[in-house]
Design a protein. Structure first.
Length: 298
């Protein structure tokens, strides 16, 4: 046997002293090529807008509950349920008893790059037997007399603005709004229909003609699908009792999550498109705190 072969097999040559057997070393692990972690799916930003706040208490319920407090609690439950899915990043336009101007609510949603905007309210009605939830989307003219009157009352607490077109002429403003809002309004209506279905599935009573249209200022962002959810009527004692029950607020919140899931299921994640550029022509706008303010919705 050749010396080379003896060495390869680890044996001793004839007549040579045997070396102690070498410890078998474990083959060194080859460093695995660095693997990039799969990109995390982008969280959809859902802005929840609890109406009113501060001196604007909104509706006072039949038993004295203030709308601004009821909707604040509801908004927090909605935000919690949305965050729990790991699919959404909820953002509240206010997180305390503060007044936020209407244009600032819209601005906060746009600054957060909102994929969806849900303004949360609880209504009142002269007829104390009127009850049930409803969902509003933007319309230049309301779908009925009640919607028009409600929108006018809501907008008294601030100047309708949404997007800031004060430096644009009337013609340019009209073009910008038409271009940027046409698809947004259609998406808002789609989400409203999904939300109404989800409310029903979650056992929330609905007002007749549930999907309504009105010129609410908080729905005027040109690039964010937006709805205003009237959870029920605080002027109705049955609705008022429900709207301060955690179990009922959870049903409302689950309906919002359900509708959001269905809404985004067929919509790929993408950054919002900027407003089209149009130049101006040469120059030739539920505690019960203290007394309520007169204004209705924020």
């Amino acid at each position: 046997m050749s010396t080379a072969l003896v060495g390869i097999l680890g044996l001793s040559a004839p007549g040579a002293a045997a070396d102690p057997p070498a410890k078998s070393a474990r083959p060194s692990k080859r460093a695995a090529p660095g693997r990039k972690a799969p990109p995390q799916p982008k969280l959809r930003v859902v802005v929840i807008d609890p109406g009113h706040g501060g001196p604007d208490s909104g509706t006072i319920g039949a038993s004295g509950f203030y709308e601004k407090n009821v909707v604040m609690v509801a908004a927090r439950v909605m935000a919690r349920q949305l965050a729990a899915t790991k699919r959404y990043r909820p953002v509240l336009t206010r997180n305390g008893d503060t007044y936020i101007a209407l244009r600032d609510r819209v601005a906060r949603a746009r600054a957060a790059k909102a994929d969806l905007f849900v303004s949360v309210h609880a209504d009142s009605h002269p007829d104390r037997f009127t009850r049930g939830a409803s969902v509003y989307t933007l319309s230049e003219s309301g779908s009925d007399r009640e919607a028009v009157a409600l929108a006018a009352k809501e907008n008294k607490s601030d100047i309708i603005a949404g997007a800031d077109f004060r430096n644009k002429t009337a013609d340019v403003t009209s073009i910008l709004i038409d271009l940027s809002q046409r698809d947004t309004i259609n998406q808002s209506r789609t989400f409203a229909s999904l939300l109404i279905g989800a409310l029903g599935r979650n056992g929330v009573g609905l007002l007749a003609h549930t999907h309504r249209h009105a010129g609410f200022a908080v729905l005027t962002a040109p690039d964010t699908p937006a709805v205003l959810l009237e959870m029920g009527y605080l002027s109705n004692r049955q609705d008022e009792r429900l709207l301060v029950q955690p179990a009922f607020l959870l049903r409302l919140a689950n309906a919002v999550v359900d509708a959001a899931d269905r809404f985004f299921a067929s919509r790929p994640v993408s950054d919002p498109l900027p407003l089209p550029s149009v130049s101006n022509p040469p120059p030739t706008a539920p505690p019960r705190p203290g007394p309520a303010a007169a204004s209705k919705k924020a």
